[in-house]
Design a protein around this ligand. Structure first.
Ligand code: UD1
Ligand code: CA
Length: 520
């Protein structure tokens, strides 16, 4: 057993959180890509407790499965209809061995910035001092709403007085009449000796301003029994700050982000504009990577070294290799290989895998597309359900037509093959290695190695059409002028780079630069 390893951590998450005014239970609201309760679980799990319990009640059907997903080893305890933090802990103890000894930590599911180190330090202080109870406290300019810490002359904690009870004492007179003026507050995070916790909780009543079973009463009872109760003051007030409404959700989200961005900068990542950069808690970033303004790295995104991300890029659970460049891009559940380039204005949907040195360029959307090493999809393309093998090149404006209205179909483009611009690949289609598809094709069949497929209407030029059908227009005048100019300089044909091949009965001249391909 490692030193100061707690016997158990009990995380309280049964409360309703009405001030969020939400269908979603408070502890499931996320900041930094994790739910509030997930942050609490991560901090608690970091202390390597023998048991980790989450106490639930409000929207149990949503909270309990979420907890199981975040931490399958966590125990779920159900709080009954008796209200209060004391009752919540009592219910938590019910799923633990009845003879549990050692240190039991209590934390809240709605306090997301608490760190494992703080829990460890509290536990170490608690055990070193032989305390029955240790409570994390903070000194606040405005302590309203919190329980106030009443200290003895020797500095030990005598008891904690809740705001409402302090108000009542002020109005009706009593021992705690002056408690409202105390600026040291109870964070709600504690270390307890397991036996003291069990014994005292069984004696806690509900005779208070809120008619609840207060956990805070345990401190007064332990002290009255002559047991040492001490405070562990934490300067960083954000660590014990809870979320009660959506303004606090945003505030804590911003502070968490500042901490994460700072951490990555200290790890060797350049963040050009920390204020507009958002990095989720589970993201990892390699050294010498540059994050440009307006970038969000979300979910389980991992970025290698020497990459350039942004500006204005949102990556959700994307893997980016070393030296890759991802500019003005939206991507989710995609893999971008080392030295690959993406953007600007690219949209990578789930199942996109871009190989090393590959390219996804401007106004390209991809989905379930595996793009090989050095392959390029540079401009204005939709590639859905596609395999584009190593070194292949997809021309501008190519559409992988993967959906026939009922089913999705796959298209494969072989190694070092070329697809000409403005092609529709009507899946399922298989273009072999080393093949070409002529620009403007609507491809419905396979292409074998070494072939070119041309699947479009033959060009037909009708002489004199403008003069006959558009007489008197500026176009007709321009045609006349061009013809006169050509006659004067002795030129004979249109000279547009195409090759004249004959005239049919209708007087139309066919031109083409490539042979018509046949479908295999
Ligand atoms: C509690 C403390 C107060 C402290 C404050 C810090 C008590 C009596 N008071 O007050 O001294 O300053 O936290 O934020 O403990 N919960 C349950 N079951 C319940 C009630 C609450 O699981 O029946 C959970 C809530 O989900 C929440 C936490 O306990 O995570 C605190 O509950 P809350 O109602 O916010 O306590 P406060 O009245 O703010
Ligand atoms: Ca609270």
């Amino acid at each position: 057993m490692s030193e100061n390893r707690p016997a158990a951590v009990i995380i309280l998450a049964a409360g309703e959180g009405t001030r969020l005014k939400s269908k979603t239970p408070k502890v499931l609201h996320p900041i930094g890509g994790r739910s509030l309760v997930s942050h609490a679980i991560h901090a608690a799990r970091g202390t390597s407790p023998e048991h980790l319990v989450v106490v639930v009640r409000h929207k149990r059907e949503l909270v309990a499965p979420h907890v199981a997903e975040v931490d399958p080893a966590a125990l779920i305890a159900d709080q009954d209809e008796v209200k209060g933090t004391g009752r919540a802990v009592e219910c938590g103890l019910q799923v633990l061995p009845a003879d549990l000894t050692g240190t039991v930590l209590v934390t809240y599911g709605d306090v997301p910035l608490l760190e494992t180190t703080t829990l460890r330090e509290m536990t170490a202080a608690h055990e070193a001092s032989g305390n029955a109870v240790t409570v994390i406290t903070s000194v606040l300019e405005d302590p309203s709403g919190y329980g106030r810490v009443v200290r003895d002359t020797d500095g030990q904690v005598l008891r904690i007085v809740e705001q409402k009870d302090a108000q009542r004492a002020r109005d009706e007179g009593g021992e705690d009449a002056g408690a409202l003026d105390i600026k040291e507050i109870n964070s709600g995070i504690y270390a307890f000796d397991a036996q003291v916790l069990r014994d005292c909780l069984s004696r806690v009543g509900t005779d208070n301003a809120q008619g609840e079973k207060y956990l805070t009463d345990v401190l007064g009872l332990a002290r009255a029994a002559g047991r040492p109760v001490r405070a562990h003051v934490v300067e960083d007030r954000w660590q014990s700050e809870g979320v009660n409404d959506r303004t606090q959700l945003a505030d804590l989200g911003r502070i968490l982000n500042e901490r994460l961005v700072r951490r990555w900068m200290l790890e060797g990542v350049t963040v050009v504009d920390p204020a507009t950069t958002w990095i989720d808690a589970d993201v990892t970033i390699g050294r010498d990577t540059v994050i440009r303004p307006g970038t969000q790295l979300l979910g389980a995104t991992t970025i290698g070294e020497d990459a350039v991300i942004g500006p204005d890029t949102t990556l959700t659970s994307v893997e980016v290799g070393d030296g890759a460049s991802v500019v003005r891009t939206q991507a989710e559940l995609a893999v971008i290989g080392p030295k690959a380039t993406v953007g600007p204005f690219s949209y990578l949907r789930p199942g996109t895998e871009l190989g090393a040195g590959g390219k996804i360029g401007g106004f390209v959307e991809t989905k379930n597309a595996v793009i090989g090493e050095g392959a390029k999809v540079p401009h204005l393309t939709y590639a859905g359900d596609a395999t584009i093998k190593e070194g292949a090149n997809i021309g501008a404006g190519t559409i992988f037509a993967n959906y026939d209205g009922v089913d999705k179909h796959h298209t494969t483009i072989g190694r070092h093959s070329f697809v000409g611009s403005d092609t529709v690949l009507i899946a399922p289609v298989n273009v072999a290695d080393g093949a070409y598809v002529a620009a403007g094709s609507a491809l419905t069949g396979d292409v074998e190695p070494g072939q070119i497929a041309v699947s479009r209407a033959r060009q037909r030029n009708v002489d004199g059409w403008v003069a006959r059908k558009r007489a008197g227009t500026k176009t007709a005048a321009a045609a006349e002028a061009a013809a006169a100019e050509a006659a004067a300089s002795g030129a004979t044909s249109a000279g547009d780079g195409t090759e004249a091949t004959g005239t049919d009965e209708a007087g139309a001249r066919h031109t083409h630069s490539q042979d018509e391909g046949s479908q295999a």
